[in-house]
Design a protein around this ligand. Structure first.
Ligand SMILES: O=C(O)CCC(=O)C(=O)O
Ligand SMILES: [Fe+2]
Length: 686
């Protein structure tokens, strides 16, 4: 069964009548033993089968990784706080949780879309590589000479690119179905019933072009991965055989696959880092393009930053390549004999079973959180948060302090934001304050500019070119009655307004400190007044939303730099959105009268050694109505460096951030323009 293809022509037959992978010097002639070699069609099927085996064997690793992210347990791309949480439960905890709650089959949810993708991607790149190489060898004058590694690398890269372009729709279907799985895990309805429906729906709603969304970063990665994988496997294998380290057997295949796993991880890691950063930078572009991102990452964080997340990537690529190559070689051996006909049929049968019969069983169709999980149990608080995609609401009059503290901690770790009711700030004070705020913005420009900065950016901000709909007034430090009075003087506030301001500042400051203390208590820390002497900043915001601003951003995606923010958001006009740090999805923080919204900021992530989530949020214009909000920030130590209490640091939770004051973190944010929490990456320990 030889279709005379080029690889076959130059491949080497071993004594056991099978071909080893691709061409090689010295023994380049065609075999005279049988002439039997797997045809292109057979090799496509064998590569598919091997990819299925590799995907099936290593899928649990991927699933564990995804689950860790869902738990907010971090990965290369998740936030630093998530990464820190990862230490707490870790991969072993997640694995045993899946096994306990869902049994062995729990490890294989979502396998089908992942396999479908490989049924396109892997055979194309493997057979593409083999055939393309055979073609080059044939056209070379020195027929029979080995190709240099660089040529192999190029051929590997090109094959990967072609495969990725063809497999892109399948890749998209896989990604969408996995995202669907997350919807299901949050109690929401999935969008697609299986891969076929996903494909047709994407085609209908997004057109043919929609099927190739995100193809560019993916082909960049495919180039690097395949350059590493195909060329290094090929080269390493022949090296091992030629140097007689091993014969052409499982040992050679194992050694070569280890080399290829390491090489492809090393090559693709920087691309992953750049891709993640580009994708996470939101509307306010920090990096102009991938190259700029690469340069800035190296400049600010050193060259090693490009290999952040090496281990999680390798943990998947390494075993995958090992299983793939060893099975592919084995199947090829078998295909040389009588096995072939039968195996082809088996492969087709397996394709069918895997791809379509199990296709509905996509990732996370049963929520891992339906039962009690170690990190984030399904307390009513959390179910509420997840079912409607709204942040948790916590009643501060909860009878049990212990339960209340626990709720505050859970919400702060998982979401980094929550609403509080029965917070002790009276409704009348809140509405008087709102009226005062609206009135202060009515002052003429000459008056408003008297509200000068104490700290950079603490005073008046007029609408400007970059942000024409946003205006703010503010003061530092709101815990000081004198500073509040100065602010009132600047703005010609009436005696009544002054009184309201002072009362409001006192109430909010008390609440902020109460919440901070409760957090410390929830971790059973001996030092619960850790925030003593920390200043607070106060800012009132006015959004000049108009019909033409609908859909635009009033405030860009950012984290608050301080420890904790209390926000009296507009009770009538929505638009505030927070990002779920584990999925990257935005969810609205809808207005809820008589409540306050709480955000955790950068200082909280530093203090807790990454446990608390510095939530990313933004304000979007949804309607053409003016919006007002009143934000109070408990900042952090001004001129002493903040370090996590020793309880947050141990062997499993190594120290994440270098000690820094609030002023320090603010300066980094200002100079690097990283306002979305990414500045913390610049102070991490390697
Ligand atoms: O206006 C809002 O609702 C949010 C404002 C905000 O995020 C901030 O001032 O830091
Ligand atoms: Fe904010």
């Amino acid at each position: 069964m030889n279709d005379g293809n080029d690889v076959v022509k130059y491949a080497m037959l071993t004594k056991r009548r099978h071909f080893i992978f691709v061409t090689h010097p010295v023994k380049m002639e065609r075999s005279r033993v049988t002439g039997e070699a797997p045809t292109t069609r057979t090799r496509i099927l064998l590569a598919s089968l091997s990819a299925m085996v590799a995907e099936t064997v290593t899928f649990p690793i991927d699933l564990t990784k995804t689950r860790m992210q869902l738990h907010g347990l971090g990965s290369a791309s998740a936030s630093a706080s998530a990464a820190a949480n990862a230490h707490r439960v870790g991969a072993i905890g997640v694995v045993s949780e899946i096994a306990r709650q869902e049994g062995m089959m729990g490890f294989y949810k979502g396998l089908s879309p992942a396999i479908i993708r490989h049924l396109f991607y892997t055979p194309i790149r493997i057979i593409g590589y083999e055939n393309l190489k055979g073609f080059i060898v044939r056209s070379e004058a020195n027929n029979g000479e080995s190709l240099p590694l660089a040529t192999k690398a190029l051929v590997g890269g090109i094959s990967g690119v072609i495969a990725q372009v063809v497999a892109s729709p399948a890749d998209l279907v896989k990604v969408r179905m996995q995202a669907d799985g997350r919807l299901v895990s949050q109690g929401l309805k999935p969008r697609y019933s299986g891969p076929i429906e996903a494909f047709t729906k994407i085609l209908q709603s997004e057109g043919v072009k929609g099927l190739w969304k995100g193809v560019v970063p993916n082909i960049q990665r495919a180039f690097l991965v395949n350059m590493g994988e195909l060329a290094c496997y090929d080269h390493a294998k022949h090296f091992v055989i030629e140097k007689k380290i091993s014969g052409d057997n499982i040992y050679a295949h194992t050694l070569a696959s280890i080399v290829s796993g390491l090489a492809s991880t090393t090559l693709s890691c920087p691309a992953d880092v750049v891709k993640t950063r580009m994708m996470n930078q939101g509307e306010k572009a920090v990096y102009r393009n991938s190259y700029d991102c690469l340069v800035k990452t190296v400049r600010f964080e050193g060259i090693r930053a490009l290999w952040k997340g090496f281990f999680p990537t390798w943990a998947r690529l390494g075993p995958w390549q090992f299983v793939f190559w060893v099975s592919y070689e084995k199947f090829r051996q078998l295909a040389g004999g009588d096995f072939e006909e039968k195996s082809v049929k088996h492969v087709i049968f397996f394709h069918f079973i895997y791809s379509f019969v199990f296709s509905r069983e996509n990732l996370e169709t049963r929520s891992p959180r339906k039962k009690k999980g170690p990190l984030f149990s399904n307390s009513p608080l959390n179910l509420m948060a997840e079912a409607g995609g709204v942040i948790p609401t916590i009643d501060l009059e909860e009878v049990s302090d212990k339960i209340l503290n626990q709720k505050i901690r859970e919400a702060s770790e998982r979401w980094g934001c929550f609403r509080v009711i029965n917070h002790g700030v009276s409704l009348s004070l809140m509405s008087e304050m709102k009226k005062t705020v609206m009135d202060l913005f009515e002052r003429p420009y000459e008056v408003k500019v008297r509200n000068t900065d104490v700290l950079l950016g603490s005073g008046y901000r007029a609408p400007n070119e970059i942000n024409p709909y946003y205006e703010a007034l503010g003061l530092y430090d709101m815990a000081s009655p004198q500073a509040v009075n100065t602010f009132c003087d600047q703005l010609d506030a009436s005696a009544d307004q002054r009184e309201i301001m002072v009362k409001y500042a006192k109430a909010i400051d008390g609440l902020a400190k109460d919440l901070a203390r409760r957090l410390a208590e929830s971790y059973e820390l001996p030092e619960t007044e850790f925030f003593k002497g920390w200043p607070s900043q106060f800012r009132i915001n006015k959004y000049h939303f108009q019909p033409e601003t609908v859909g635009k951003l009033g405030v860009q995606l950012h984290t608050d730099s301080g420890f904790l923010t209390i926000l009296q958001d507009d009770e009538n006009v929505g638009g505030l959105e927070a990002m779920d740090h584990s999925s990257g999805a935005f969810f609205p923080i809808n207005p809820l009268p008589n409540t306050l919204a709480i955000n955790l900021g950068d200082m909280a992530a530093i203090w807790s050694n990454g446990r608390l989530c510095n939530v990313k949020h933004r304000v979007q214009c949804n309607e053409a109505t003016k919006r007002f909000s009143i934000a109070s920030f408990l900042l952090g130590p001004m001129d002493t460096d903040l370090e996590p209490p020793s309880e947050f640091v141990d062997a499993q939770h190594p120290r994440l951030y270098k000690p820094i004051s609030h002023d320090g973190i603010r300066n980094i944010r200002m100079t690097t323009k990283l306002h979305d929490g990414e500045a913390l990456k610049l102070i991490t320990f390697e």
